[in-house]
Design a protein around this ligand. Structure first.
Ligand SMILES: Cc1ncc(COP(=O)(O)O)c(C=O)c1O
Length: 382
């Protein structure tokens, strides 16, 4: 079956007991047993819950994996994956990784004796040379936040396989509609379902998809042992969002492409970062690896911080806010908002300077969004 049909139906079979077409939400924390040690399939909702299982089946299906696992946040999912590691193990993390992932390795797992280093994963040789004797995992994001760097997941998966390393790919920016890391050879595909997968900016959640049975067993053990599980109600909301993922991603991508092209031709942006722009250095790779460009783009505005702040404060439809992936358009200043926890020199070395603006383009009418961006550019640069 094709994606749209799976998005509507995966994990969404009518309820066996009642025929209800919308899945029931099993809020129970515990389940009656027929005798001592004779549960009917569920015992306690941290270990397993019927609503969460529906979501986990849907995530596995959409990512082309055998198993899905749901978490209370994207970082809960990342923490669980990182807990596969032991003292002395080393992780290679791509440059430009989400700040919360960096903070987790840098401030939390490093104190448990797990080391990590950042690497420019655009270059296979650089990546291969960075592998150490104790390296156990490569951690990627593609496209990256906020500069929309696209990494060659298939080639990196080959390197990971040759060196017996796990490859985890944070697929949050693309969504399972646009990119499927497991099909490109990754061991784990990860989502902050807070973003596109749920799509309505009304919950915090995370998910993993895997195909390897042993890896699934280990992660399932950790999911229960560490306890970062989502509430059944949030699982229901994510499932509800998934039903329209394909429709939303098509519109997000159409709108973002139109805005990226307008910004590029406006003469008011010194750089525009969107992987499906013909001028992007990642255009060919993105076209191979992703089915659409997605809803995220960044650009550098002429006029530095003053113009950037005026632009952001002049927007009427785009909301000035962190986060991304909801139906409503959002705009933010990475240097002073999402990436402000990075030291200034580090930020600037990465290219996150004061003229950089990030847009999460929603699913509103494209003409309204174009008009909004144009009028804010006029206000910023007048
Ligand atoms: C790419 C990416 N991965 C992971 C996360 C963390 O997800 P959550 O906020 O759901 O914990 C975020 C949050 O912004 C993100 O942007």
């Amino acid at each position: 079956m094709r994606f749209a049909t799976r998005a509507v139906h995966a994990g969404n079979e009518p309820d066996k007991a009642t025929g209800a077409v919308a899945p029931p939400i099993f809020m129970a924390s515990t389940f009656a047993q027929d005798g001592i040690g004779r549960p009917r399939g569920y015992e306690y909702s941290r270990s397993g819950n019927p609503t969460r299982e529906r979501l986990e089946r849907a995530v596995a299906d959409l990512e082309g994996g055998k198993h899905g696992l749901a978490f209370s946040s994207g970082l809960g999912a990342i923490t669980t994956v990182a807990s596969l590691l032991k003292k002395g193990d080393h992780v290679l993390i791509c440059n430009d990784v989400y700040g919360g992932t960096f903070r987790l390795f840098n401030k939390v797992f490093s104190s448990f004796g797990i080391t990590f280093s950042r690497v420019d994963a655009r270059d296979g040789d650089t990546l291969s040379k960075a592998i150490r004797r104790r390296t156990k995992m490569i951690w990627l994001e593609s496209p990256t936040n906020p500069l929309m760097v696209v990494l060659d997941i298939r080639s990196i998966a080959k390197i990971a396989k040759e060196n017996h390393l796990l490859l985890a790919v944070d697929n949050t920016f693309a969504s399972p509609y646009i990119q499927n890391p497991l099909k490109l050879g990754a061991s784990i595909s990860l989502h902050s379902t807070t973003k596109y997968v749920s799509g309505h900016s009304d919950l915090i959640g995370g998910a993993l998809a895997v195909s390897d049975e042993q890896l699934h067993e280990k992660l399932k053990f950790l999911q229960n042992a560490m306890g970062a599980v989502p509430s059944p109600f949030d699982c229901y909301l994510v499932l509800r969002g998934i039903r329209t993922l394909h429709l939303r991603m098509e519109q997000h991508s159409r709108n973002a492409q139109a805005i990226a092209e307008m910004l590029e031709s406006s003469g008011r942006a010194t750089e525009v970062y969107y992987p499906f722009l013909r001028s992007s250095p990642y255009h060919d790779l993105a076209r191979k690896q992703m089915s659409l460009g997605g809803g995220m783009l960044s650009f550098r505005i002429r006029g530095g911080y003053k113009a950037a702040s005026r632009f952001l404060e002049s927007l009427r439809i785009f909301v000035l806010a962190e986060s991304l992936g909801g139906v409503e358009s959002l705009a933010e200043h990475p240097g002073r908002m999402t990436h402000s926890s990075l030291p200034r020199e580090e930020r600037e070395r990465m290219g996150i300077t004061d003229d950089l603006i990030r847009l999460s383009v929603g699913v509103e009418d494209p003409e309204d969004l174009l008009e909004d961006v144009k009028q804010a550019l006029d206000s910023a640069l007048s």
